[in-house]
Design a protein around this ligand. Structure first.
Ligand code: C5P
Length: 397
């Protein structure tokens, strides 16, 4: 399979003479299997026609933030969501300044701001401009934000100068884009992830739930998608947006989540139970709102089915990964869960800590199997998610 198969690359073409090479970049990306859409800045349009880019990309070129028709068809937010990666090539000095300042002055800068896809920039400009402190500062700001930089080449320039600032070779640019999808190790694999908090109704107004935000589950989902997997999310209550690159199924209560998982588990290669599922539900859910009375109110709770344990019992079970959110006897409790539920690995996290865990952006976990224990030091949930997915691939796939 080609390295950019099924990948959607948004190419931003800005005002540099090297924009005449943009159709070639489109072709090189397509050679690697990508679908390409182009955003052309006003400056870019001085050097290359919309028609050439439309003919090569086989998609309408997006060139105006204020075009009512274009916004109706595919507006800047849709474009931002559509992209698996954004490549700005050539990136002019002006576009670099816009992006580093976080300006939302044209369609391209808006799309970059609105996207959580990885961004790559391939600068091209006169060697003196490229060597200027302002451009260097802007580039270092962008690199600090994790924007990948494709360095320009040294050589003769359109203006006759010789120096550093020529756009990198289109084939090299396409190759570097493909490298950000570093792992295609889950291509063709199906991953089902539960995430978020379940909600157990007490009456039509009140419910029992927990502090789970769904952030860890979404980080895992993104990491699986980046690695090429086809992801299904079965989610309870979450406080973050879900990916639009996964099949998202909502399930409120533990019973609904159990049913949704069982209906979708066939053909899955990996099951990651990241949801904080309520162990109990209210035995008799009141049809009407419970009225306040000046006496003790007792709710009778009955156990919910254990989704992870039930998936582990299936004849053709996928690789099953559970989570153990613990506050005491951490390793011992997690190891008991690993054994009792029959899963392949348990990811232990200490939810008593104030600096990571529930609702936070950071986490620290231990990846436990029957035979091994691997600590993943405190880091952003996104990075922890990538590491967990790497370990799953290494150990089980
Ligand atoms: O037993 P405990 O709830 O602590 O186990 C946590 C792990 O089991 C998590 O992976 C959670 O998603 C999963 N679980 C489940 N169904 C339940 C309870 C927990 O899948 N009813």
């Amino acid at each position: 399979m080609k390295r950019l198969t099924n990948k959607r690359i948004l190419l931003g073409v800005s005002g540099s003479i090297a924009a005449y090479k943009a159709p070639d970049i489109v072709r090189r990306l397509q050679d690697l299997g990508a679908e390409v859409r182009v955003v052309l800045t006003q400056g870019g349009a001085k050097f290359i026609t919309e028609l050439s880019l439309q003919a090569t990309s086989k998609n309408k070129v997006h060139d105006n933030l204020w075009d009512k028709e274009a916004e109706l068809a595919m507006g800047h937010i849709e474009l931002a969501k559509w992209a698996d990666a954004i490549l700005v090539a050539p990136a002019s000095a002006n576009t670099l300044a816009n992006l580093s300042a976080g300006k939302a002055s044209d369609l391209l800068s808006n799309v970059v701001l609105a996207s959580d896809a990885p961004v790559l920039i391939a600068p091209a400009m006169n060697q003196k401009m490229y060597g200027s402190l302002a451009v260097k500062d802007n580039l270092s700001i962008l690199q600090e934000r994790n924007i990948k930089f494709i360095s320009p080449e040294y050589g003769e320039q359109a203006c006759g100068d010789i120096g550093e600032g020529r756009l990198a070779d289109p084939g090299e640019i396409a190759k570097q884009v493909s490298e950000i999808f570093s792992s295609t190790k889950l291509t063709g694999k199906k991953v089902l992830i539960t995430l978020g908090a379940t909600i157990e109704a007490i009456d039509p107004v009140r419910y029992l739930s927990n502090h789970s935000s769904g952030k860890m589950g979404m980080a895992l989902a993104r990491a699986c998608i980046e690695a090429g997997a086809q992801v299904t999310l079965i989610h309870g209550d979450v406080s973050i947006p879900l990916s639009n690159k996964s099949n998202n199924i909502s399930a409120n209560s533990a019973s609904e989540m159990h049913q949704a998982v069982m209906e979708n588990i066939g053909n899955q290669d990996v099951f990651i139970a990241c949801a904080a599922v309520s162990d109990y539900r209210v035995k008799n859910i009141e049809k009407n709102k419970i009225k306040k009375e000046n006496k003790t109110l007792t709710l009778e709770l009955i156990p919910n089915k254990d989704i992870l344990a039930d998936v582990c019992k299936l004849n053709h079970k996928p690789i099953c990964i559970g989570f153990a959110a613990e506050t005491q006897n951490l390793i011992e409790n997690a190891q008991n869960k690993l054994k009792n539920k029959g899963c392949d690995a348990i990811i232990l996290n200490d939810v008593s800590r104030a600096d990571f865990g529930f609702k936070m952006n950071d986490n620290e976990v231990v990846f436990l199997t029957q035979k091994s224990s691997l600590k993943i030091q405190k880091n952003s949930k996104q990075k922890i998610g990538r590491k967990i997915v790497e370990i799953i691939i290494e150990k089980f796939l």
